[in-house]
Design a protein around this ligand. Structure first.
Ligand SMILES: Cc1cc2nc3c(=O)[nH]c(=O)nc-3n(C[C@H](O)[C@H](O)[C@H](O)COP(=O)(O)OP(=O)(O)OC[C@H]3O[C@@H](n4cnc5c(N)ncnc54)[C@H](O)[C@@H]3O)c2cc1C
Length: 404
C-alpha cells in the first residue's frame, strides 16, 4: 500500500497551492467588497472571472471530470487531494477552477448520458465556464430524500414535454448566468416500477412558464457565491422532446449515477474546510491571552486541536480509500464507502468548525472570519445529497443482509 501522491497529483497540488496563495485567499475580501457594490447580489464579482481566467491559464481547469475527452482525465484518487485544497476557500476556489457543484454533477450527466446535440449546446459552454446550471429535484411538498415521491409532471404532447411542478433549494439558480436546469419529474406516474416513473429533461431558464421565485436562505446566508438556492416553479413550461436526457424512465438511475461523484467531492472539500478551521484555531490559540496564559497553553485547547487532527486524518484516509475504490471497482462497488464518508465527514467537520468558532469567541460567529459560513455549509451537508439517516438506513440494511 502506497500512501504517497503520484507525480501528476503532486505536481498539480503544488500548482494549486501556489494559485491559492497568490490569488484565491487575497481575493476573498476583494470579492466581498465588490459584491457589496453590485447592482444585484446575484451577479458575479469581477474578481471571480479574473480567478477563472488565471486558473485556466495555469492549467487548473475542469480537474473534476475523469473523462479525458472533456476534462482533465484525473482519477478520483488524483482529484481528491486537489478538491480538498479548494475546500479551504469554498466560496471562490471551486468556481475559479470550474469545479463547483452543481455544475460538476450536471456536466458529468451531460458527458455520460447526453446526446451530441445536448453536449454541443450545453456541455461545451459549461466546460468553458461561460454559463452555469442547476439541478432541480427537491420539492417542498414531499419528502424528497425519497426520490420516488417527486410529483413534478413531465407530460408528452406531440413533439414537446409540458412540465408542471414546484422545486426548492435549487442551488445556483439565482445566478443570472445559470442558463439551464436539469429537471427531474415523472413521465409515467402510474408505472408499476416506482424507479422507472421518473425522467430528466433539459429546461432553458428563459422557457415561458419557468419562474425563479425567491432565494431560500441557509442559516440566514444567501450563499451568493454558489448562486443561491432558489424556489423555482414550472407552470406548463414546454420544451422539445429532444431535451430528454437518456431515455424516458431513466431519471432515477441518472440521479443515482450523478450523486456518487458529487458526494465524494463534497467530502473532499469538507476536509479542506476542516483544515482551514484547524489552522485558524491554532493561529488564534498562540496569539490570544486570557487569564494570564496563551489559549494555546490550556489543556482543553490541546484536546480540541489533537482531536481535530486525528479526526481529519481518519476522514482523509476513508475518503481516499473510497476514491480508490470508485476508480478500481466503480461507483456501485464503492457504494458502502460512499455512504460511509457521506455520514462521517459532514458531522465530524461540523464539530471541528464548532470548536474553532468557540476558540474565537464572538469573532468566531462574525462576518470577519469564514468560520460561521463554513459551519453553515458543513451542517447543510448532513441534509443535502441525502440526509444522514437515509444513508445510515441503506448502509445498515446492507450490513444486516449478511446475517439474515
Ligand atoms: C444548501 C442546500 C442545497 C441544496 N441543493 C439542492 C439542489 O441543487 N437541487 C435539489 O434538487 N435539491 C437540493 N437540496 C435539497 C436536498 O437534496 C434535500 O433537502 C434532501 O434530499 C432532503 O430532502 P427533504 O428536504 O425533502 O427532506 P425529507 O425527505 O423530508 O427528510 C427530512 C428528514 O427526515 C428524516 N428521514 C428521511 N428519511 C428517513 C429514513 N429513511 N429514516 C430516518 N429518517 C429519515 C431525515 O432526518 C431527514 O433529514 C439542497 C438542500 C440544501 C440544504
Amino acid at each position: 500500500m502506497d500512501f504517497a501522491y503520484d507525480a501528476r497529483t503532486e505536481e498539480l497540488r503544488q500548482r494549486l497551492l501556489a494559485f491559492m496563495d497568490d490569488h484565491v485567499y487575497p481575493s476573498e475580501t476583494v470579492a466581498d467588497e465588490q459584491r457589496a457594490r453590485l447592482a444585484s447580489p446575484w451577479d458575479t464579482p469581477a474578481v471571480v472571472d479574473e480567478l477563472k481566467a488565471e486558473a485556466r491559464r495555469r492549467g487548473l481547469w475542469n480537474l473534476f471530470l475523469p473523462d479525458a475527452e472533456y476534462g482533465a482525465g484525473l482519477t478520483n484518487l488524483q482529484y481528491a487531494p486537489l478538491a480538498e485544497i479548494t475546500g479551504r476557500s469554498p466560496q471562490l476556489a471551486p468556481t475559479a477552477l470550474n469545479c463547483a457543484a452543481p455544475d460538476t454533477g450536471n456536466m458529468e450527466v451531460l458527458a455520460q448520458f447526453g446526446d451530441e446535440r445536448q453536449k454541443k449546446q450545453w456541455l461545451e459552454p459549461l466546460l468553458a465556464g461561460e454559463i452555469r446550471s442547476a439541478f432541480a429535484m427537491t420539492e417542498p411538498e414531499v419528502a424528497s430524500s425519497d426520490a420516488t415521491n417527486i410529483t413534478t409532471r413531465i407530460e408528452r404532447e406531440g413533439d414537446e414535454y409540458v412540465i408542471t411542478g414546484r422545486k426548492w433549494y435549487i442551488s445556483g439558480a439565482m445566478n443570472p448566468d445559470c442558463r439551464i436546469f436539469i429537471v427531474m419529474g415523472k413521465t409515467d406516474p402510474d408505472g408499476a416500477d416506482i424507479r422507472r416513473q421518473q425522467s430528466m429533461v433539459l429546461v432553458p431558464r428563459d422557457t415561458p412558464g419557468v419562474t425563479v421565485k425567491r432565494a431560500m436562505r441557509v442559516f440566514g446566508y444567501g450563499d451568493h457565491y454558489h448562486g443561491g438556492h432558489a424556489e423555482v416553479t414550472f407552470d406548463g413550461a414546454r420544451v422539445p422532446v429532444s431535451g430528454l436526457i437518456g431515455e424516458e424512465g431513466g431519471g432515477f438511475a441518472i440521479a443515482q449515477a450523478r450523486l456518487g461523484p458529487g458526494r465524494i467531492h463534497h467530502c473532499m472539500r469538507l476536509i479542506g474546510m476542516a483544515e482551514r478551521a484547524i489552522e485558524l484555531m491554532c493561529r488564534r490559540a498562540v496569539s490570544r491571552t486570557a487569564f494570564g496564559k496563551a489559549l494555546a497553553q490550556q489543556g482543553v485547547v490541546h484536546n480540541w486541536i489533537a482531536d481535530a487532527r486525528v479526526t481529519v486524518e481518519q476522514l482523509r484516509l476513508l475518503v481516499l480509500k473510497t476514491a480508490w475504490l470508485m476508480d478500481t471497482v466503480g461507483n456501485k462497488g464503492a457504494h458502502t464507502e460512499i455512504q460511509a464518508i457521506k455520514i462521517a465527514t459532514p458531522r465530524a467537520v461540523v464539530d471541528i468548525i464548532d470548536r474553532a468558532i468557540q476558540l474565537h469567541g464572538a469573532g468566531g460567529v462574525s462576518q470577519d472570519l469564514p468560520l460561521a459560513e463554513l459551519y453553515a455549509g458543513a451542517r447543510t451537508l448532513m441534509i443535502a445529497d441525502g440526509p444522514d439517516e437515509v444513508h445510515q438506513r441503506s448502509l445498515a440494511r446492507r450490513e444486516l443482509k449478511r446475517y439474515a
